[in-house]
Design a protein around this ligand. Structure first.
Ligand code: PBG
Length: 322
């Protein structure tokens, strides 16, 4: 008779044989930044998640640092009058992103700063690239993404995180960073990013929903698996330092396959819609918020993620401190 329950007999034994662990070291905290003073606006479809003006961003990153969180991923909400079809504001050395990077670095110098690189928050069309005749133009978009990455590096970013899914952008970013001597700036590539309905609340947060059509000519079809490996291996070849799978929970199979296919850290992005679902169910009293949150975060680690970008990072860090 075999007795597998022996290993589950009590909490001490279970902790000895536990296969996966989770801690504040695993988290990337996404942060939304907006213009203004003393702004802390709750995002309607993301309860308890906020857009911060730069002064409140300072307070927030101090709090995060004190909780043991070591990495933030910055997104900016760009005022409508600065949006165009070229991404001009994206490379403004005094733009909101560039000031946000400096603010975090000044406040918490050891905090790892990652920055979103994509045109959608800057685009009058709400697309991740330059639009011409209803199409997203790849190579001209890549040029501006490379310049945008350089501008983030100049402002002090540790990693740039291209989330656009254009072809060839990792290579172009690596080259421009090398050419300008930013040899210690990393690239976290959104390598396997799916065209997903789970991004809805994020687009509310940044007011960045596509003005026409969808993102299916650049983001991947959720029916596909081998394409995720192809995209990821290309990014590794082009010089990515960290690769990412996005969204999270519905794509754990992809996380595992990517982990098995590469020799570099794999991150996963638990996206806004995943966050919203848990918050909504918990508000209704249908799910135990903290228990479901922790179970999902463990699932990412078990699937093979080394890093987890999650709107739950702060909630989890607070829970771990208790
Ligand atoms: C856009 C971008 C998106 C997210 C991160 N970067 C949305 C999109 O692709 O439309 C989604 C994040 C989330 O839903 O939490 N470049």
């Amino acid at each position: 008779m075999l007795r597998p329950r022996i290993l589950r007999k009590n909490a001490s034994i279970r902790s000895l044989v536990k296969e996966t662990s989770l801690s504040v070291d695993d988290f990337i905290v996404p942060l939304f930044v907006t213009e203004g003073e003393n702004v802390k606006e709750e995002i309607s479809s993301m309860p308890n998640y906020f857009r911060f003006s730069l002064d409140n961003l300072e307070k927030e990153v101090k709090e995060l640092w004190d909780l043991g969180l070591k990495c933030v991923l910055l997104f900016v909400k760009v005022p409508d009058n600065l949006k165009d079809n070229q991404g001009k504001e994206a490379i403004n050395p005094n733009g909101l992103m560039q000031r946000a990077i400096k603010t975090v670095k000044k406040t918490t110098p050891e905090m790892v700063v990652m920055t979103d690189v994509a045109l959608d928050p800057y685009s009058s069309f709400g697309h991740d690239g330059i639009v011409e005749n209803g199409e997203i133009i790849n190579d001209r978009t890549v040029d501006i993404l490379a310049k945008m990455s350089l501008s983030h590096a100049q402002a002090g970013a540790d990693f740039v995180a291209p989330s656009d899914m254009m072809d060839g952008r990792i290579k172009a970013i690596r080259e421009i960073l090398e050419k300008n001597n930013y040899t210690d700036v990393g690239i976290m590539s959104y390598s396997a990013k799916y065209a997903s309905a789970f991004y809805g609340p994020f687009r509310d947060a940044l007011d960045s929903a596509p003005g026409f059509g969808d993102k299916k000519t650049y983001q991947m079809d959720y029916a596909n698996r081998t394409e995720a490996i192809k995209e990821t291996l290309l990014d590794v070849e082009e010089g990515a330092d960290i690769v990412m799978v996005k969204p999270g929970l519905p794509y754990l199979d992809i996380v595992r396959e990517v982990k098995n296919a590469v020799n570099l850290p794999v991150s996963v992005y638990q996206v806004s819609g995943e966050y919203a679902m848990v918050k909504a169910a918990a508000e209704k009293g249908w799910l135990d918020h903290d228990a479901v949150m922790v179970e999902q975060l463990y699932a990412f680690k078990r699937a093979g993620a080394d890093l987890i970008a999650s709107y739950f990072a702060k909630d989890a860090a607070i829970l771990f401190k208790k």
